[in-house]
Design a protein around this ligand. Structure first.
Ligand SMILES: *Cc1c(COP(=O)(O)O)cnc(C)c1O
Length: 374
């Protein structure tokens, strides 16, 4: 059985978490500060605010930017659901833009057409760790005076022109669920150069307390979106190995590219990557010639003990988004990607022999069944 994803935990992680357990200091302590300092370095920002998840990080950014009922936020329908849900949490409206044909990220040219007087932010997602077209997006945004938020939850360590994602807009987020490049079990962070956003999100995550006042003084309505010390310790140990983890993942992706190249019914990820961008490999998603072929192959892989998953389903076609009036055909490129994309097993310690196993099943199936389905 080859799993879809798997965290990479060493003795170092176990040691650091154990040290917290022995310290009696399980929350609001020094390890969270250490984790935040390390994360600010990774994003190249002045501030990092650790929180309980990537989703809560996004929710806090909506609040910190004062987004609420009647406002619109432009974003992509091809993402994990929380990048759109955070807009609904504050009563605002997600305004979707389709993705670039054949790619995974939001189409900058579609953004300009969707800007109205109600647009309060553009929420860009660096899907699967591939940097979105930030230069173009930042240019459009600044022409209209609209802030850009980066959902970099799938892209820790990715770069554009040498500059890390998560530090390119007014604020960014990373997430640390166990399938991400690095994990804290559950966890997330807000990265920003703006002291106002940093302080406000820190207060909102901590029941509306202000950092320099009494513990039971609540200046505003807040939440408990804090990270804990155990998770932060796990995160510190993971971050110490970030470069090695990203390099290993890039090697695994390279083995897949090599093993699966020249398959006519299969499109490999990443051909749109430009020379000035650096990917942080999150998942390995291939596209098949048709929806039917994707479904048949997914079943075959599962039958042979290889975990895989259609990636991503379109957000606007999720049951509760349909109730807002969205339907098939609204965002054709997103729907094409959603209908034909399949995430194959992908994790830091994946071996070349595992890749060869997956590739052999795929190739055998494509050669036997592929031509019939045309
Ligand atoms: C993982 C992820 C998040 C946040 O997920 P959590 O599980 O809440 O940490 C947000 N956006 C995207 C694109 C993600 O992949």
């Amino acid at each position: 059985m080859i799993p879809l994803s798997k965290p990479d935990i060493t003795e170092r992680e176990i040691e650091r978490v154990t040290a917290v357990l022995r310290s009696d200091h399980l929350s609001c302590g020094p390890v969270i500060r250490e984790f935040e300092t390390k994360l600010a370095t990774v994003a190249g920002t002045r501030y990092a605010v650790a929180v309980s998840s990537g989703t809560t990080a996004l929710h806090l950014l909506m609040l910190a930017l004062g987004i609420g009922p009647g406002d619109e936020v432009i974003t992509t329908p091809y993402s994990f659901i929380s990048s759109a849900n955070c807009i609904l949490y504050v009563g605002a409206k997600p305004v979707f833009c389709d993705i670039v044909p054949g790619g995974f990220n939001i189409d900058p040219q579609a953004i300009a057409a969707k800007i109205t007087s109600k647009t309060k932010a553009i929420l860009v997602v660096h899907v699967f760790g591939f940097p979105a077209a930030m230069d173009e997006i930042l240019k459009i945004a600044s022409e209209h005076g609209i802030p850009v938020i980066e959902d970099a939850c799938e892209a820790i360590g990715a770069r554009i022109d040498g500059k890390p994602v998560g530090g390119l807009g007014v604020a960014g987020t990373f997430a640390f669920y166990p399938n991400k490049q690095i994990t804290t079990g559950e966890g997330g962070v807000i990265t920003t150069n703006d002291p106002y956003i940093a302080e406000l999100t820190r207060s909102l995550a901590n029941q509306g307390r202000s950092h320099d006042r009494q513990w039971l003084l609540h200046e505003r309505m807040g939440y408990n979106y804090r990270l804990n010390e155990l998770s932060a310790a796990l995160g510190c140990a993971q971050l110490e190995r970030l470069e090695a983890i990203l390099a290993a993942r890039s090697r695994v992706a390279g083995w897949y590219q090599e093993a699966l190249r020249d398959e006519p019914l299969l499109t490999l990820p990443n051909p749109l990557e430009s020379p000035n961008t650096q990917t942080s490999w999150f998942v390995y998603v291939v596209r098949f010639h048709s929806h039917r072929l994707r479904e048949m192959i997914a079943e075959e892989l599962q039958n042979q003990g290889v975990e895989c998953r259609p990636y991503f389903p379109a957000i606007h076609l999720q049951p509760f988004y349909r109730s807002f009036g969205y339907a098939e055909g609204d965002f054709p490129e997103t729907e094409k990607a959603a209908d034909t994309g399949l995430a194959l097993p992908f994790f830091t310690r994946m071996t070349q022999s595992m890749i060869n196993t997956v590739a052999a099943i795929l190739k055998k199936f494509l050669h036997a069944k592929g031509p019939q389905q045309d």
